[in-house]
Design a protein around this ligand. Structure first.
Ligand SMILES: C[S@@+](CC[C@H](N)C(=O)[O-])C[C@H]1O[C@@H](n2cnc3c(N)ncnc32)[C@H](O)[C@@H]1O
Length: 347
């Protein structure tokens, strides 16, 4: 680890070792035959993908085919068998081709020491700050990125950013001058770039909290002179009320619950409800099990997420609030790759 990397707070940041332990506890044994068959099937997928790249065929065709094949394998086998397959894919020579895609490479190498950092999200947002990396990639890498940035999961993340901008603006319309917003795990706060309410001064305070000092520095720089306050803080600090942030009209988090176990997600949701003013709104988002690039993400990107269904989101809501005091809803984004929970505290 280099000195710029954040200290992981133990309340989130799913690591491969943590997933391994959870899966081992849930599925104490697996059928050795299934592992042998799955290993052979995966070997064939990887071999075919390698041949595809080496044949000089359009690399995008190979990537599309591999993403689908890995998704099918992941769905078919016991989760513990799947975890055993992941290193086989990662160590296979074909990985080198996929890592020519700058987006896949950044995810796999984790230069900030953990999965799903804000710069990775900038590859999804096609933000100008990553254009240098894209320009420096080999032509095959550029072609792969031109495809990978349109994975359904990436389309859903861009929709999520825009949905958040709209939510902030609508809440500021409703609540008026002096609206206060808290973003937990803000990353680079890209959703604020297009917020009309921020530009026209209806937001009096927009706290952007993240555990990665580099992301906090980026927000402080990009939004200096605005009502955005970048705070270096963690879920753990929020749970113990270490920052004394007060209350807000809107509290939300995107790209965080995917790393939180149910127990921590419920504790955080309860804490967030305490930080809402009467009539305030909490929103949290999570990737759904309808993701189709899950197998590719977990292997060649080494990016593991906790996927949640509508029912899983309702379980968190129901365990966190008294339903007589709130209005709650759970809904999918357009391509159902991301699911949202919204809880409004009654006045
Ligand atoms: C996938 S990014 C999402 C960034 C942003 N919300 C977005 O949607 O573009 C996840 C962010 O969560 C932050 N994060 C992860 N665990 C955290 C924790 N325990 N406390 C605070 N921030 C955390 C990371 O530093 C990273 O910036």
């Amino acid at each position: 680890m280099n000195e710029l990397q954040p200290v992981l707070d133990g309340e989130s940041l799913i690591t491969p070792a943590a997933v391994e332990a959870d899966i081992a506890a849930l599925h104490p044994s697996h059928d050795g035959d299934q592992l042998a068959i799955a290993t052979a099937e995966l070997g064939l997928v990887l071999h075919t993908a390698r041949q595809g790249f080496e044949s000089g065929r359009d690399p995008v065709q190979t990537m599309r085919w591999t993403v689908e094949a890995l998704h099918k394998t992941r769905r078919k086998v016991n989760p513990r068998v799947w975890r055993a397959l992941i290193p086989l894919a990662q160590e296979h020579p074909v990985a080198e081709y996929f890592h020519r895609d700058p987006f896949t490479r950044w995810s796999f190498r984790k230069p900030r020491g953990y999965s799903g950092d804000a710069r990775l999200l900038d590859f999804i947002y096609q933000h100008e700050s990553v254009q240098g990396d894209v320009a420096d990639a080999l032509p095959v890498g550029q072609s792969l990125y031109a495809y990978s940035k349109y994975y359904p999961s990436c389309v859903a993340v861009r929709e999520r950013r825009d949905l958040l901008t709209r939510q902030v603006d609508e809440i500021a319309d409703e609540r008026g001058q002096g609206t206060e917003v808290l973003t937990i795990a803000a990353g680079h706060l890209r959703e604020a770039d297009n917020s009309v309410a921020l530009k026209d001064g209806r937001i009096s305070r927009w706290v952007a909290l993240d555990q990665d000092p580099m992301s906090v520095g980026s927000v402080a720089r990009d939004f200096s002179g605005s009502r955005v306050e970048a705070i270096d803080g963690s879920v753990r600090g929020l749970l113990t009320d270490a920052y004394k942030l007060g209350t807000f009209d809107f509290v939300y988090s995107a790209g965080l619950y995917d790393y939180l176990t149910d127990a921590v997600a419920i504790r955080l949701t309860k804490r967030c409800m305490k930080m809402l003013k009467p009539g305030g709104t909490l929103l949290f988002a999570n990737f759904s099990p309808e993701l189709t690039d899950d197998g590719y993400m977990e292997t060649f990107m080494d990016w593991t997420l906790l996927l949640r269904s509508e029912a899983d989101m309702w379980s968190i809501v129901n365990a966190s609030v008294d339903r007589n005091t709130v209005d709650a809803s759970v809904f999918f984004g357009e391509n159902r790759n991301i699911v949202y929970a919204v809880i409004r505290k009654r006045d």
